[in-house]
Design a protein around this ligand. Structure first.
Ligand code: HEM
Ligand SMILES: *[C@@H]1O[C@H](CO)[C@@H](O)[C@H](O)[C@H]1NC(C)=O
Length: 218
């Protein structure tokens, strides 16, 4: 009896992600996703950045569970309209396309959470960034949380000290674009920013108006 339960527990606890998770159940899943991502990035190069960020914004809220993809319902306020995502997170359509294509070949097999993870990797590789092996087998969440999205994702006006305490180390963006209203205060009001860089950025981001004007993150 003890033996049986030990074995059962063993199975439950051994459930682990694996890069070969879909090798039997959907052998062409990864190439199918890659085709969709390649197409989207060749249509709009920035999409690579947007897909990487989408995966990051999914993972920081409840883990990498595709919660970011869930629409609001009468009983649940999801993450898409949380401040860090609203009018900012992009690439939902591309993920939807990848999921649709994968469903055509293996219905009900590949999770959206895995698609988000694979899409970010493929997007990076497409634009000459690094590639990595993605472990697979994530389960999709049936719930999402606007509140958690607002508290767990880093705020755009966070100080350097604050960022270091969130991440233990602070890196920087290497790809993608940002909207003027998110960095206006830093380039017009703050002295800790490099003056040359601030001057350049001010040219396309006035003290008022032009909220959506884009600047490259590097
Ligand atoms: C350290 C704290 C971070 C802060 C405060 C932050 C903040 C921001 C902001 C304000 C934008 C511009 C959004 C917009 O204009 O709508 C942005 C864009 C972006 N972020 Fe972050 N971010 C952080 C960390 C990260 C990390 C860790 C990643 C990757 C894993 C990442 C990936 C990106 C990418 C790729 C974009 C460009 C998206 C696009 O062009 O569509 N960020 N981030
Ligand atoms: C500069 O800071 C002041 C005081 O916080 C604020 O009212 C103003 O809107 C800021 N200006 C810009 C361009 O962000």
């Amino acid at each position: 009896m003890l033996r049986t339960s030990t074995i059962l527990l063993g199975i439950a606890c051994d459930a682990q992600l694996s890069s070969t998770f879909y090798d039997q159940s959907c052998p062409t899943a990864l190439t199918t996703i890659r085709t969709v991502i390649r197409q989207a990035v060749s249509q709009e190069r920035r999409m690579a950045a947007s897909l990487i960020r989408l995966h990051f914004h999914d993972c920081f809220v409840q883990g990498c569970d595709a919660s970011i993809l869930l629409d609001d319902t009468p009983s649940m306020i999801g993450e898409q309209n949380a401040a860090p995502n609203r009018n900012s997170a992009r690439g939902y359509g591309v993920i939807h396309k990848a999921k649709t294509e994968v469903e055509k070949i293996c219905p009900g097999v590949v999770s959206c959470a895995d698609i988000l993870a694979v899409a970010a990797r493929d997007a990076s590789f497409c634009v000459g960034g690094p590639s990595w092996t993605v472990k697979l087998g994530r389960r999709d969440s049936t719930s999402a949380s606007k509140t958690l999205a607002q508290s767990e994702l880093p705020h755009f006006e966070e100080s350097l000290d604050g960022l270091v305490s969130i991440f233990s180390i602070a890196g920087s963006h290497t790809i993608g674009q940002a909207q003027c209203f998110l960095f206006r205060n830093r380039i017009h009001n703050q002295t800790i920013i490099d003056t040359g860089f601030a001057t350049t950025r001010r040219r396309n981001c006035p003290t008022s108006g032009g909220d959506q004007k884009l600047a490259h993150l590097i």
